[in-house]
Design a protein around this ligand. Sequence first.
Ligand SMILES: *[C@@H]1O[C@H](CO)[C@@H](O)[C@H](O)[C@H]1NC(C)=O
Ligand SMILES: *[C@@H]1O[C@H](CO)[C@@H](O)[C@H](O)[C@H]1NC(C)=O
Ligand SMILES: *[C@@H]1O[C@H](CO)[C@@H](O)[C@H](O)[C@H]1NC(C)=O
Ligand SMILES: *[C@@H]1O[C@H](CO)[C@@H](O)[C@H](O)[C@H]1NC(C)=O
Ligand SMILES: [Cu+2]
Length: 384
Amino acid sequence: MKLLPLLAHFLPLVDALATRGQGGGQDPEAVAARRILTLQSQYQKKILDTIKPRKAGCTTSTILRRKEWGALTKKERLNYIDAVYCLASKPAKSPASLLPGARSLFDDYVGSHALRSIYVHADGNFLGFHRRFLHLYEKALREECGYKGAQPYWDWTQSYQDPRNASVLDGSPWSLGSNGVFIPNRGPTIVNVPVGDPIPFAPATGGGCVASGPFTPDKWQIHLGPVSYAPQGPQGGYGYNPRCLSRDLSPIFSKNLRPTNVSKLLDGAADLGAFNLELDAAPGGVHGNGHFQMGTVALDVYTSPNDPIFWLHHAQVDRLWAIWQNLAPNRTYQVWGTGTNFNSPPSPNVTLDSLIDFGGVISAPKPIREVVSTIDDVHCFIYE
Ligand SMILES: *[C@@H]1O[C@H](CO)[C@@H](O)[C@H](O)[C@H]1NC(C)=O
Ligand SMILES: *[C@@H]1O[C@H](CO)[C@@H](O)[C@H](O)[C@H]1NC(C)=O
Ligand SMILES: *[C@@H]1O[C@H](CO)[C@@H](O)[C@H](O)[C@H]1NC(C)=O
Ligand SMILES: *[C@@H]1O[C@H](CO)[C@@H](O)[C@H](O)[C@H]1NC(C)=O
Ligand SMILES: [Cu+2]
């Protein structure tokens, strides 16, 4: 992680070299983008073939189709945004003793992530925790707020050159809001990660409150956090700290989210350990860089779900895992790793029977066995 500033310095050069190869129809990014779609088709066929004979449980008629934000109609996007606002308008279920700053159902999800963060990142719980976490959030949007659709994802490979150009961030009424207002002369955000030295993030293109579209300060406030950087509210990271949603979009970190980065992950990882390590490899892998490219709120390892785009970023990470799981036999129920970030402090290897804890409010603990499949137990979704 200490290599970050150095690598960031060389990325523009790497980019220039890659661009030089374009024009002959052999642009490696275009080739990789087609490869990812081919692998996605293989995954989809396997899932649909598996559920076709089913008469109950997850079937072709009950499966939720999770789509890329840009593939939703304007009406579907507005319905999703309305449901997110609805979650934030309902009172929290978390007791004040657990999360003194939680005010809404939306905050219950942010708080669950914050409380469990050091057990569910860079370890054997990471993928399973976030898969079930997304399912619970999608279920809350549907059951608490009448949303009829599925959780969308953000395929950030499409905007790796500049996240400001992503349709999900274009600041229109059909986006999740824009970049933050640019604030000049800022210092770096120093993030105290659970394991290792603090990481300084240099200021990027925004830094202030979301400027246009949904989730501007007149319509949206966040309450919990930050836990891993200053300044915190008077009650600390889990206390009530009302403030605007800020963003600081970075066209430097997004350069780690190229189609070639993803195709390498999908084609190259021979087992779940390799997949996890590549997903989070220095400098951050595609999981970390998806957060880094958004800046500010998304940099807090604990309360990053405060930014509604967190859920679309993690749906993309989950999509990549789902595709990878279905490209070879016996990948779905593989386990890897221990139950603590970077195995610090050391903890036992997880097994299919190890329980993933959700912090007490949004779900009872669940064994890994019940959260790894996209089409068994309570899960029933496919990425399109
Ligand atoms: C991003 O959008 C701007 C205009 O909004 C355009 O000038 C620029 O070329 C775009 N960049 C990329 C990499 O697509
Ligand atoms: C993504 O690909 C670029 C270009 O090949 C490379 O420099 C960078 O390290 C990769 N990033 C990650 C996170 O793998
Ligand atoms: C997959 O698992 C089944 C049942 O446990 C086993 O018979 C088969 O050999 C495994 N296949 C591979 C490729 O590991
Ligand atoms: C934990 O898993 C690793 C491989 O991921 C293995 O090398 C190690 O022996 C396992 N430890 C125990 C105690 O089983
Ligand atoms: Cu997380």
